[in-house]
Design a protein around this ligand. Structure first.
Ligand SMILES: Cc1cc2nc3c(=O)[nH]c(=O)nc-3n(C[C@H](O)[C@H](O)[C@H](O)COP(=O)(O)OP(=O)(O)OC[C@H]3O[C@@H](n4cnc5c(N)ncnc54)[C@H](O)[C@@H]3O)c2cc1C
Length: 445
């Protein structure tokens, strides 16, 4: 079968060849085989463009555990095991991760460190302005960041090369016999007797037993095809609030065009990913005030395309989701690529943190970068079944690092409910079982 042919029927139809669709396909094929109840030939992945054409193919690729929400941390710890299962195939660099924070976040991060210890996730927590400075100097001798009073050093995690990971998952799924058809757009989900009976594509109709909707930022479109609610009621401290079910945020990432070796640590080795949330004013090289409040950046070497790569805080796209142009996606979007503001602030933040970046703002890459993500009402994932046989994987843009979610979803598809996924059911909104909210400047920490 070539990329333009679709079968007339299949047991499992997975929509989307991003990190979640491919990880689910690979793991589901193995689950079916292990149970003697099928194999990869029971699975079809339908992709409207090509594997990795959504955010999975452009993500900075940072893998961290640092989340204020215990359920997120447990999920990330599980995913790190999947990253570690084949670092070569995923081009995963387990260099660790540094969360360097301002004082208002200190108690939150201290609690994260305690709970990481409780789940056996190795990390070091350092408190105090001078102590933080000394610890960071031990890693980078040009460290000079002010406005921070703690550092959490996760010894696991790090980053992976986005397209290598996607291609690694694709190869693993195909090796299990999964059929991946590209250039095939799902246009409708036909519901009969409460469940989806057919997936309608621009290349034909497919009769299905189960559907997995793993469509990344396009998930609101599948949600609409399933005729699910446009707004969601949330119970908060006994009161009911109604929010749009989907909202888009723009993720701002870019690259400083220096040699990636520019960011080595004092020993000349690859350093951990650096994430800094500071609360001092940020100035550019000409002493112009850029940010008068909290700001947050992250950065790491980019050994694939060269340079130092990272991002700044996202901003909400203040429009109803239907008015947002999702296509063309990512760097091809005329609306959602980063601009001068991002370049100025990010370069200034790097220089605020490390002397080696002083005077380097002019080296910011002008190649288009950035993309949008579909966020849920509380900015945390929804992993749940709707219309009896449709499993929705909506990661609320947390998800490149969540390579293991597909393994858990695969188990749920064969009937084994997963405790790690329970906190992410849609019913949590109506039941008021929300995740705790942190003091981070990011909507997702
Ligand atoms: C700029 C940026 C940087 C990021 N950096 C990080 C990071 O460092 N670490 C991290 O953990 N996360 C990061 N993320 C988030 C992460 O990339 C996403 O959460 C994750 O990749 C989503 O994976 P997915 O499989 O759900 O979706 P996708 O990667 O979007 O895959 C879904 C696929 O579905 C296809 N599709 C959609 N609709 C249809 C349809 N109707 N018919 C057929 N096919 C369809 C799409 O073409 C797409 O290929 C970043 C996101 C962005 C935008």
């Amino acid at each position: 079968m070539n990329a333009s042919q679709v079968p007339e029927s299949v047991r499992y139809c997975i929509i989307g060849a991003g990190i979640h669709g491919l990880s689910t396909a690979w793991h589901l094929a193995r689950e079916l085989k292990a149970r003697g109840s099928g194999d990869g030939s029971d699975i079809l992945v339908v992709e409207k463009s090509h594997a990795g054409s959504g955010p999975s193919g452009i993500a900075c690729g940072v893998v961290r555990n640092n989340y204020f929400q215990p359920a997120m941390r447990e999920l990330m710890a599980h995913s790190v095991q999947v990253w570690e299962s084949d670092p070569e195939a995923f081009e995963y660099h387990p260099v660790g991760y540094l969360q360097i924070s301002y004082d208002e976040m200190r108690a939150d991060v201290a609690m994260i460190a305690e709970q990481q210890a409780a789940i056996g996730y190795e990390s070091v927590f350092v408190e105090g302005e001078q102590e933080t400075f000394n610890y960071m100097k031990g890693i980078f001798d040009d460290w000079r960041c002010t406005g921070v009073t703690s550092v959490l050093h996760e010894k696991k995690g790090g980053y992976a090369h986005n397209m290598a990971t996607v291609n690694g998952l694709l190869a693993k799924a195909q090796a299990e016999g999964v059929n991946v058809v590209t250039d095939t757009l799902v246009t409708e989900l036909a519901i009969n007797g409460g469940a989806v009976s057919h997936v309608v594509t621009n290349r034909g109709l497919i009769q299905v037993d189960h559907v997995v909707a793993a469509a990344g930022p396009w998930v609101p479109k599948l949600w609409e095809m399933l005729d699910l609610p446009e707004t969601t009621k949330i119970v908060l401290e006994g009161e009911i609030f109604e929010f749009p079910t989907w909202e888009f945020w723009a993720l701002q990432e870019g690259t400083l065009d220096v040699d990636p070796g520019y960011l080595m640590n004092n020993e000349g080795n690859m350093p951990p990913v650096v994430h800094v949330d500071a609360d001092v004013p940020l100035y550019d090289e000409d002493n112009n005030l850029l940010v008068d409040g909290k700001w947050g950046v992250y950065y790491k070497p980019d050994f694939n395309f060269g340079g130092v790569q990272g991002g700044y805080m996202p901003y909400p796209v203040k429009r109803p989701w239907r008015d947002v142009a999702i296509d063309p996606y990512g760097p091809a979007s005329p609306d959602f690529v980063v601009g001068t503001d991002f370049r100025q602030v990010w370069a200034a933040a790097l220089s605020h943190c490390q002397e080696r970046f002083e005077g380097k703002a002019s080296l910011m890459s002008h190649a288009p970068s950035g993309g949008i993500g579909a966020f849920t009402p509380d900015n945390f994932p929804v992993f749940d079944t709707f219309r009896e046989n449709v499993y929705v994987v909506a990661d609320s843009n947390h998800g490149f690092k969540m390579i293991g979610v597909g393994a858990l979803v695969a188990k749920e598809l064969v009937g084994e409910t997963q405790a790690l996924l329970e906190p992410f059911r849609y019913s949590r909104y109506a039941e008021g079982r929300l995740h705790p909210v942190s003091n981070s400047p990011y909507p997702w920490s």
